[in-house]
Design a protein around this ligand. Sequence first.
Ligand code: KG4
Ligand code: ZN
Length: 337
Amino acid sequence: MLVLGVETSCDETALALVADGHRVVASHVVSSLKAHQPYGGIVPEIASRAHVELFTLSLELLLKQASVVPSDIDRIAVTHGPGLPGSLLMGVAAAKALALAWKKPIIGVNHLHAHLYAALMQRPQDLSEDLPTIGLVVSGGHTALVRMDGIRKFRLMGQTRDDAVGEAFDKVGKLLKLKFPGGPEIERTAEQGNPKAFRFSVPKIRGGSPFDFSYSGIKTAVYYKVKEQGDGVSQQWVADMAASFQHCVVEELAMKTLEACRQEGAYRLVVGGGVIANTPLRERLLAVCADSNIALAIPPLSLCTDNGAMIAGLGFYGNPSVPDKLSVLPDLRVELN
Ligand code: KG4
Ligand code: ZN
């Protein structure tokens, strides 16, 4: 079965064709990132307008690249939440129009489920294993630890109380006057830095779940350290700060995730989201999982940040519906479909 995947929840206009949930036939990702950079963050209005401008051209290119015609497509899968309302609306409206014009069934996909599915996509044999599994989503909009009881059935164990982890990377990047988005820039800058130069303490989470996260404390700590330095910060100071921040975040994510696996008796961990592109985080997770005999499913770099392939892949599963029934759900939770 050939599925067309449509992803427009943030700044990427991403389309892909995936066969039988696993084989990526073609994928096309274009981002309006450059237009947002002068503002130091994603401007929703700019993102929605860019989707309108980029969508049809991207679709044409995708079909041409794959030598596919609409009649070859069996189903359309589209991200219907969570995400920026205007951006989601554009993708869902376009997908519905295609479904009506081409007379195809359509299925709404939860973006967070798709980020985790990206890790399993190229390992279909793993899907049949009925192991207790923990999922960790770390993206620009979300930080969530879940218990996975199937590829579309999740129970929330912990989430962020304030900023998502990718958002924290981006805001700390801004404080250090690095280019937006801060995540990849912090990783690059940290390569020259000493991760033990500054000590940040992991906040104690009161009430709620012990698996919740909070990044406002560490962000404020970086803010005051930058302020103390004034204008005279050296490149080395910035590198040390980037490395120390990254080290603290990576350690906490790895330790809490390991603890969640232990509590649930899970021998499999599935991870996903843009921040999983971070090499120190990937390496730390690989090391703790190897030490504890946990099978780690981690997406290839091409499937970490937003893409249409993870949407088309997951859209192969589940029951499609008619276009009228599909709505946009900007606040869609990880427990829901
Ligand atoms: O999953 P994604 O593409 O979009 C959302 O669903 O939010 O994630 C984007 C986030 C951004 O915050 C970006 O800074 C972060 O992922 N990111 C990284 C890296 N690459 C992307 N964070 C840390 N290290 C990276 N290498
Ligand atoms: Zn995402």
